[in-house]
Design a protein around this ligand. Sequence first.
Ligand SMILES: *Cc1c(COP(=O)(O)O)cnc(C)c1O
Length: 381
Amino acid sequence: MKKNYLLTPGPTPLPPQVCEALAKPIIHHRTPQFQAILKEAVEGLKYVFQTKSEVFILSSSGTGAMEAAVANLLTSGDSAIIIEGGKFGERWTELCQAYGIKSEVIKVAWGKVFNIDELKDRLKSGQTKAVFATLCETSTGVDFDIKAIAQAVKNSAAVLVVDAISGLGVVDLKTDEWGVDVVVSGSQKGLMLPPGLGFISVSSEKAWKLINQSRSPRYYFDLRLAKKAWEQTDTPFTTSVSLVVALNAALKMVKDEGLENVFKRCGKLAQGVRMAAKALGLKLFADEGCSSRAITAVNVPAGVDGEKLVKTMRDVYGITIAGGQAELKGKAFRIASMGYLHEFDIILALSCLEKVLHQMGYKFELGSGLKAAQEVFLIEN
Ligand SMILES: *Cc1c(COP(=O)(O)O)cnc(C)c1O
């Protein structure tokens, strides 16, 4: 017998409430019944996005919402700055290239703290139309200081666009208070749903102005259509009805727990993973000053085959964590602390990690990682 557990940075485990909602009979999307559901979903999203402005629901994965941001805000030849500190920062660069945007890439060493001064300097040219950043860089386990970035961008003509696909509902992002113009996210990470929904908030006049001016080709992801439809509590095309129904179940859970408490819970889980890794003599990939609440990347110790470690945990013991991406392939593993996860899920994953590390010949005191995590979880608040 094998039980399966998911501790990956998307998809994340589904709560029973979400599964139950997904099992409901389908209803038609152009009905008052569904309009009420859609309204509730958008209200709930506004709470999680921490904005009073529109949040649009797209039938796509998170990358669709990223593409919507680029296609709607910019036109070929426009200049944009991309803060790129990992695999997902690179996605902004690739998207901008696809749309012919003149991209200035600020390379941040993977796992290192971002120095805001470089952004401030680059913004001085006054040519930048948009700055693209990432709340949680899932590939490296780094959270970016979006508040500081927003502060810098606010004093320029540019809009700030944040990829909060893995960070939303895990890492604090005060969209309105900090002045973040556009935020994109997806359903399968902090929001505890299957993949399939993309979200995008537009919270400033500055951003709407760009959207109305853009001459980039767009059709399915045209936010002008989404805005117009929303005036009638509608979507321009058939939406993912069942996922939206399930979204309300997930958003209700977030609301019941309280966003601040969700942040705290995830932060504590990440802290447990970090302390366990250190106790096991392992090195964390990200610097302490920027380590993420949503995901922890741990370096694979010398002499251990990182890919085999992850594969054994998954295929032999049913515990799925993530390996390293791109340049971290085989060199790191990543344990998520987002969505429907609890301290004992982390304990379970750590116990499996210890077992497999031990089997692979890595020398450490069995139980020392678990003990360190337990000590973190014993602390109230
Ligand atoms: C998962 C992820 C994406 C990609 O989202 P998809 O839903 O796979 O399209 C983009 N950015 C970040 C930070 C992510 O974690």
